[in-house]
Write a protein of this length. Structure first.
Ligand SMILES: [Zn+2]
Length: 59
């Protein structure tokens, strides 16, 4: 998946289940380029992007 902030493709899945931070349907992603942390939720058939952490770096 592309980063919704910078469009980079190096996003990785974060395993945050131990924190109770994520649910099975909405894996948390972190962008390797800008540091944005987000997840994609599906609500009532609509895809929403939920920003968890703002980007930390500008490339
Ligand atoms: Zn990014």
């Amino acid at each position: 998946m592309k980063c919704p902030n910078c469009g980079d493709r190096t996003a990785v899945d974060l395993d945050m289940h131990s924190d109770g931070f994520t649910s099975d349907e909405s894996p948390v992603k972190e962008c390797g380029a800008c540091g944005l942390v987000w997840r994609v939720k599906t609500e009532a058939g609509e895809t929403k992007i939920d920003i968890i952490k703002q980007p930390t770096a500008v490339k």
